[in-house]
Design a protein around this ligand. Structure first.
Ligand code: MG
Length: 248
């Protein structure tokens, strides 16, 4: 157990798909149970023609799956084996943790419950069943100002729950890019790690929650500002001299 002072003053914000869950659960659901047109919507989103909120709304309306079949799939999904211990450590330190996801709340809650973590605070898009095998998505935590056009605005939700605390983001992908720019620190893997490196955002590489548990001990170690990081990077990578000035 860490001394409380180490962790005081932070809110931990965890992404779900690809971070807590080992896979993108939303993609898993759509690829198994949605009408084929869901791929066309995905193409529009990847091309930047629509935001993730519009994308998810249309894709979920293409689902055709009865609840027992959906549940049977969700019950096969594993989470990072170190996540439960990470949550327990946060609780020991009275370090608040919230799962904020632009995925599907029903899926996340069911998976977390199966791992004994159903009581974690969660903000995500709300799945509503509209027929035996059909659904729609609602967006209780969207924000009209959301720059990413997300169904769940991670920036707005985390800001409203931080109550002045610093924000630590743990994530992996493009749904985390926006919050990564304003978070005080990021534990990042895969695409988010490259994004943090490319944009000189304060971060630690964090491939799993076993590493995250160790990194918690560094929460109160001063992290260099993005500007300082940028200066350091520039000093290490001076621009090449103009061709005209090069000696031949
Ligand atoms: Mg993710």
């Amino acid at each position: 157990m860490l001394p409380r002072s180490v962790a005081a003053g932070w809110l931990v914000v965890c992404d779900f798909d690809g971070t807590i869950a080992n896979i993108d659960v939303t993609d898993g659901i759509l690829s198994r149970f949605a009408l084929p047109e869901w791929v066309d919507v995905e193409v529009e989103w990847k091309a930047g023609a629509i935001g993730s909120r519009e994308c998810m709304r249309r894709q979920v309306e293409l689902l055709r799956v009865a609840r027992p079949e959906l549940d049977a799939y969700l019950d096969t999904i594993e989470i990072d084996p170190g996540f439960a211990a990470f949550v327990a450590d946060c609780r020991r330190q009275q370090l608040p943790l919230v799962v904020i996801s632009d995925g599907i709340d029903y899926a996340i809650r069911r998976i977390l419950q199966r791992h004994g973590l159903g009581d974690l605070p969660l903000a995500s898009n709300r799945l509503v069943q509209t027929g035996d095998d059909s659904y729609r998505l609602e967006f209780p935590d969207s924000d009209p100002q959301c720059r990413a056009g997300s169904g769940t605005c991670k920036c707005a939700v985390s800001a409203s729950r931080a109550h002045g605390s610093k924000r630590l983001l743990i994530g992996d992908g493009s749904s985390d890019f926006c919050l990564a720019a304003s978070a005080d620190l990021v534990f990042a893997k895969t695409k988010l790690l490259k994004h943090c490196r490319d944009n000189c955002l304060p971060h630690h590489a964090c491939p799993d929650f076993g590493v995250a548990l160790q990194l918690l001990k560094q929460l109160d170690v001063p992290v260099r500002s993005p500007i300082a990081l940028k200066r350091t990077w520039k000093a290490a990578h001076p621009p090449a001299p103009p061709a005209a000035a090069m000696e031949i």
